[in-house]
Each structure stands twice: as structure tokens, then as C-alpha cells.
Design a protein around this ligand. Structure first.
Ligand code: ZN
Length: 160
């Protein structure tokens, strides 16, 4: 047996350290969270994407009584962006979440399915997506979705 170490470098930032564009996107993600349809979990998530054409795309989680039929905020925003501007590049993704009363203090973590979908978008566009995961205490800043999903599955396996 051999052991290999996989390292991940992420930055924890204060909101004041974000660029003006990132602060704008954070506000957009917070606005989007309020639009969540979350009558079951009461966990409201907002996502905001910035495209290289200047468009800001917002999404929020959309739940369903048949739970698997719902969709996360990240994928609502990303699929809309990809369907509307299929040739645009996503440069940023900012995610913020409320527990029904207030924004959560720890950085929100995208689920595995969203990480996989975002990775596909990143590979499709051939450019990294800067990801900011907001918490009221601190925000995680990541340079690429790839960082969120080590040992990931992608289309290269299908060609083996
Ligand atoms: Zn998700």
C-alpha cells in the first residue's frame, strides 16, 4: 500500500478583502437566496454567476415535495446560464445561504452533485471558475472548481 497526499489550497477572506465585482456578486447571491422555494428545509441558498459577457445570472434552490425533484441554487443558475449563453465563459460563482432566519456563519459548501456539474462546466469552457462560498464570519475563495472535487470523474474516463 502506498500513501499519496493530495493538497488543496483555499483562501479564507473577509468580505472587505473581496473585489468590488465580488462584493456585487455576493449581494446578488444574497438577493437570490430570498427567492428560494424551500418550504421543507427552510434552507435558502442563492447563487450568482458572472459571465465573460458581463451578464450576472442568479439562481436559488427550488424544492419539491418529491425531494429528488428539486434542484440546488448553483445548478439552477449554471444551467440557465449555459442554456441562455452556451458560448459564454463563467468567470465567478458566489454562493450564500440562509437558515431561514439569517445567513449562516460558516462558508456554505456545495453538494457533490453541484461540484460535479460545475466541474463539467469548467472543463467545457476550458477556463477556471473562481468560487466564493460565503459565511458571515468568513468566505472561502477558491480559484477553480477542480479544487472542490479531487479524484473527480470526467469525460476522459469515457475515452479509456
Ligand atoms: Zn447542490
Amino acid at each position: 500500500m502506498t500513501e499519496r497526499q493530495i493538497t488543496t489550497k483555499i483562501h479564507f477572506c473577509a468580505v472587505e478583502e473581496l473585489s468590488d465585482t465580488e462584493k456585487m456578486l455576493l449581494n446578488a447571491a444574497k438577493e437570490a437566496a430570498v427567492t428560494a422555494y424551500a418550504p421543507y428545509s427552510h434552507f435558502q441558498v442563492g447563487a450568482a454567476l458572472l459571465l465573460d459577457n458581463g451578464e450576472v445570472v442568479k439562481g436559488s434552490n427550488q424544492e419539491n415535495a418529491a425531494y429528488p425533484s428539486g434542484l440546488c441554487a448553483e445548478r439552477v443558475a449554471m444551467f440557465y446560464a449555459n442554456a441562455t449563453w452556451p458560448n459564454a465563459t463563467i468567470t465567478h460563482l458566489v454562493v450564500a445561504a440562509r437558515n431561514g432566519k439569517a445567513f449562516i456563519n460558516i462558508p456554505i459548501a456545495p453538494c457533490g452533485a453541484c461540484r460535479q456539474s460545475l466541474l463539467e462546466a469548467e472543463r467545457r469552457q476550458g477556463a477556471p471558475i473562481r468560487v466564493l462560498l460565503y459565511g458571515t464570519n468568513e468566505t472561502v475563495c477558491i480559484e477553480s472548481v477542480k479544487t472542490l472535487l479531487p479524484l473527480s470523474f470526467d469525460e476522459s474516463f469515457l475515452k479509456e
